[in-house]
Design a protein around this ligand. Structure first.
Ligand SMILES: NC(=O)C1=CN([C@@H]2O[C@H](COP(=O)(O)OP(=O)(O)OC[C@H]3O[C@@H](n4cnc5c(N)ncnc54)[C@H](OP(=O)(O)O)[C@@H]3O)[C@@H](O)[C@H]2O)C=CC1
Ligand SMILES: CC(=O)N[C@@H](CCC(=O)OP(=O)(O)O)C(=O)O
Length: 349
């Protein structure tokens, strides 16, 4: 009998789900025992994703709690928001470990969830059980947890770019501006006018300005690090590329610090963390330098004229922004090295 941890993936036919499949197929301690679809059970997953031919030959299962509990130890949910609110409590009650990639259990404030997601919030009893899995910052709570709420893609890049400064309170916490850009895979596999080739090719679009659902998630984490209520200005853009997120962050310093001191702060804050790479001063990461990998790369520059700091933080939205961080959380949850099955070199060029 296999000693591997058995994993099921709900929403396996979406981009987040299929990226989880890619990562888990080569994970040494995990075996995928069920790929689940709410709409196309019974057909081979490779029918919809021919790149999986001869690699994953399984048929898709339907959503059946008893069957999932019989086949798996851990369940990943890569489903649209709203689904996990009803499904996760049932999976948890069945004794399963759950890692939710959606936004349903990230916000501890149910009124904020309702306001930003326009959906009824989760049962507070289950919300309380959910550990927000931004591994580098709040990973201490992950070992032994049963239920992980995996961070959003934009929040991962943005919060990692701000965390050392927020925790040290070297910045004016009212001055944070995050200018973020994402490739179109962030919008999932579903079709919509904005991701239509003729609409996004040769184009650059700002969207959900001042109403993006990741705003309160970023504020929640930065407030927790700074131990003070923080609000941020957050603007998202869609870029005609497949993968990648860049958060360009502007903040005012509240004290005199040299660029070197700030760089030293970032380097020491992330020392020993496998997946955060701080660039040398004067160097800024591009999204291609993290593509296909679980890295978050950060560069920074202080403008001595204005006292304003610019931080550039990049991730692959599908990996560190979703499936990779979910696997990193599983590793930490299980007491394995956080890099297990994730030590990929970025795909370059
Ligand atoms: N793409 C990204 O970069 C990131 C995505 N996320 C989050 O991950 C989640 C999945 O996103 P993504 O993969 O991009 O989205 P997709 O639209 O590509 O996939 C979502 C999948 O969910 C399944 N689904 C739809 N409705 C239901 C339902 N009622 N019950 C169960 N399953 C359902 C669908 O599969 P089927 O019909 O076969 O069941 C679909 O394939 C979302 O919450 C998203 O916000 C988070 C970070 C980054
Ligand atoms: C490019 C693009 O459209 N990206 C999506 C990311 C959605 C997402 O990841 O949603 P949750 O994290 O809230 O589940 C967006 O901006 O809404």
């Amino acid at each position: 009998m296999s000693m591997k941890l058995r994993a099921a993936i709900v929403g396996s036919t979406g981009y987040g789900g299929v990226e989880l499949i890619r990562l888990l197929l080569t994970h040494p301690n995990v075996e995928i025992t069920s790929v689940i679809s709410s709409s196309t059970a019974g057909v081979p997953i490779a029918d919809g994703y021919p790149h999986l031919n001869q690699i994953l030959t399984e048929n898709l299962d339907g959503i059946d709690i008893e069957q999932i509990a019989a086949k798996a130890d851990v369940v990943f949910l890569a489903t649209p928001h709203g689904v996990s609110i009803d499904l996760s409590p049932k999976l948890l009650d069945a004794g399963l470990k759950v890692i939710d990639l959606s936004g349903d259990f990230r916000l501890k404030d149910t009124a904020a969830y309702e306001q930003w997601y326009k959906h009824k919030p989760a049962d507070p009893a289950y919300l309380e059980k959910a550990v927000y899995g931004l591994c580098e910052l709040f990973g201490d709570e992950v070992p032994g947890a049963q239920f992980i709420s995996n961070p959003g893609c934009y929040p991962t890049a943005s919060i990692l770019g701000l965390a050392p400064l927020a925790a040290k309170r070297w910045i004016d916490l009212k001055s944070i501006i995050i200018d973020a850009k994402s490739g179109v895979s962030g919008a999932g596999r579903g079709l919509s006018q904005t991701v239509h080739y003729a609409e996004i090719n040769e184009n650059l679009l700002a969207y959900k300005v001042n109403r993006h659902q990741h705003t309160p998630e970023i504020e929640q984490a930065i407030s927790r690090l700074a131990d003070e209520e923080v609000t941020v200005t957050f603007t998202t853009h869609l870029v005609p590329m497949t993968r990648g997120i860049m958060s360009t962050i502007y903040v005012n310093l509240n004290q005199t610090r040299s660029e070197q001191e700030i760089h030293d702060l970032f380097s020491s804050y992330y020392e020993g963390r496998a997946f955060v790479r701080v660039r040398k001063l004067g160097k800024y990461p591009g999204t291609k330098e993290v593509t296909g990998s679980n890295y978050c790369d950060i560069g920074l520059s202080l403008d001595a004229r204005t006292g304003r700091l610019t931080i550039v933080s990049v991730i692959d939205n599908m990996v560190k922004g979703a499936a990779g961080q979910a696997v990193q959380n599983l590793n930490i949850m299980m007491g394995w090295d956080e890099s297990t099955g994730l030590a990929f070199t970025p795909v370059y060029p």
